[in-house]
Ligand binder design. Sequence first.
Ligand SMILES: O=C(O)[C@H](O)[C@@H](O)[C@H](O)[C@H](O)COP(=O)(O)O
Length: 225
Amino acid sequence: MTYDFKEYADREMLAIDLASQIAGELRAALSHQDRAALAVPGGTSPGPVFDALCAADLDWSRVDVLLTDERWVPESSDRSNTRLLRERLLTDRASAARLLPLYAEAETPEDKLAELADAIAPSLPLAVVLLGMGADMHTASIFPEADKLEEALSPDAPILLPMRAPGAPEPRITLSASALDGAMKKHILIYGREKREVLAKAKGLPAIEAPINAILDEATVHWAE
Ligand SMILES: O=C(O)[C@H](O)[C@@H](O)[C@H](O)[C@H](O)COP(=O)(O)O
């Protein structure tokens, strides 16, 4: 398994440079296909990348934007990744993009799973995926010790899975490893020394212990202090 590791002088430079790489990759995809899908994480890291990317000059009306994973909470919650997307990415030029939701109002992810997956299926494979990583080596909502970990890592996994894990305060819904790994371009965004060390420690571990390994091959990791 090989991946590129790009180190930046600071987080601001990272955000600007990464946004311009993603915009370039979306433009390239749109030059030979009608529509292109971009999947992005929630959490605390990607906001500044969204702030730069939303102004990119490309034909956003042909871009499908979706989350890599979502917490099963309504958009009124400040834990909602969809809310972050609407506030920071689907604005400015990018407001012309189409959002493929990973949440719909219902008690549990299972209630809406099939409906949400059917809406995403025609947009795969992803043109570009951006992922985060937790200090426990999870990516998207594929957590070590999650109830559906093995299923999410299986090559035959469905596109979407409900997920519950000790480290996640609410039920989640996540793209499977194969849906994420099937992206044409893969980027991982991490900040700080701790995550850099965690990533180094993941080397050689099976994906069941280090889920990040399921999507790292041929990815680019973007790091700033
Ligand atoms: O909804 C989420 O929490 C994510 O999509 C998750 O996979 C995230 O990317 C990592 O947990 C890193 O989170 P931070 O960027 O907040 O450290």
